[in-house]
Design a binder for this molecule. Structure first.
Ligand code: PLP
Length: 368
């Protein structure tokens, strides 16, 4: 067997994004024990940096072991007890997945639907909720399958009327555009490491408000998943208890630590502005090529631009040539958008002027 030798790519799909070399170097640092005092410092620093990234002072802010889906499942299994009624906004693949998970938690799920490519207004969700009360409202902040941003303004007030916790998916938004959990009164959120944080996949940062965590601790039934039970795992991440739960993925946490450090070193405002500026430049360049961008400009994600595959163009053949001849990965459509959309990411370290120009010229040549 030959040693592993994966090719060098430019990752401009919906994630994973290119990992910063400093993050890869951090991963190669010596593995130490999960209760080593030096590692406990790394954990505390990581939690503090995640709080700044999420825009929260929530005590319970930490990375779950597992990719973004583990974060989604963590919120579902901890917040929902069998028979609870929840409201889920579905305007793309990841909302559909939330419905599936909530049903597996034996919730009574009320689905609010919106055509793919659009965002919910407060009125849409209020109409779907009616005069019922809910345990939680789940929304996807940045729908990676459609490239749509879900504005959060007014959602806290709506949740107060519904008696609901506000829970959001920030897998694609965190570190690429403002998340600001406390400003929006969000009770629970999860993200992933492989998008705008530009760390390898493998962790899901989460954050719960005191109110949401009090609900978890006061449940009348145990959380159905032992691995994702926050009432257990928080005792490892809490500096006052440090009880072993499972062996932390040490080097993956080093990677997250370095990725958070780089993001905060750049400055959140500057990082958001970089994504906005270059996302705008990419969108302008694609439009100049005559390509149609179906998402309304005010709802476009700067870190993920969705493009309609032109009539008569073979989606797979184009993406195949980009990867074969240029080493450039862009994403295809998911679910109902398979074969009909391209998804071009500008996430974290991959969000550079050079990548914008490279992608535009490669696509122009392949489509010529
Ligand atoms: N939620 C959103 C919005 C996503 O984009 C993704 C992945 O692309 C996920 C959840 C699931 O994350 P993962 O694939 O890391 O498990």
């Amino acid at each position: 067997m030959k040693p592993l030798n994966p090719p060098q790519r430019v990752l401009m799909g919906p994630g994973p994004s290119d990992v910063d070399p400093a993050v890869l170097r951090a991963m190669a640092a010596p593995t130490i024990g999960h209760l080593d005092p030096a590692f406990l410092d790394v954990m505390d620093q990581t939690k503090a940096m995640l709080r700044t990234l999420f825009g929260t002072s929530n005590d319970l802010t930490m990375p779950m072991s597992g990719t973004g889906s583990a974060g989604m499942e963590t919120l579902m299994v901890n917040l929902i007890e069998p028979g609870d009624r929840v409201l889920v906004g579905v305007n793309g693949v990841f909302g559909t997945r939330m419905v599936e998970l909530a049903r597996r938690c034996r919730a009574e799920v009320v689905v609010a639907e919106k055509p793919w490519g659009q965002a919910f207004t407060v009125e849409d969700l209020a109409a779907a909720g009616g005069d019922r009360s809910f345990r939680a409202l789940f929304l996807v902040h940045a729908e990676t399958s459609t490239g749509v941003l879900q504005p959060l303004e007014g959602m806290r007030e709506l949740c107060d009327r519904l008696g609901a916790l506000l829970a959001i998916d920030c897998v694609t938004s965190l570190a690429g555009l403002p998340v600001e959990l406390d400003r929006h009164g969000v009770d629970a959120a999860y993200s992933g490491t492989q998008k705008c944080l530009s760390a390898p996949p493998g962790l899901s940062p989460i954050s719960l408000s005191d109110r949401a965590f009090a609900h978890v601790l006061g449940r009348s039934t145990p959380v159905q998943s032992w691995y994702l039970d926050l009432s257990l795992i928080h005792r490892y991440w809490d500096e006052n208890t440090r009880a072993y739960h499972h062996t932390a993925p040490i080097n993956t946490i080093y990677a997250l630590h370095e990725a958070c450090r780089l993001a905060l070193d750049e400055g959140l405002e500057a990082r958001w502005a970089r994504h906005r500026r270059l996302g705008g430049a990419l969108a302008a360049g694609l439009s100049d090529m005559g390509l149609n961008l179906p998402v309304a400009p005010d709802l476009r994600l700067p870190q993920l631009t969705v493009v309609e595959v032109p009539e008569g163009v073979d989606d797979k053949a184009v993406r195949g040539r980009l990867i074969r001849d240029y080493g450039l990965e862009i994403g295809g459509g998911l679910g109902a958008f398979a074969g009909k959309r391209w998804r071009i990411g500008l996430m974290g370290s991959a969000c550079t002027e050079r990548n914008v120009l490279f992608c535009l010229s490669a696509l122009r040549e392949v489509l010529a």
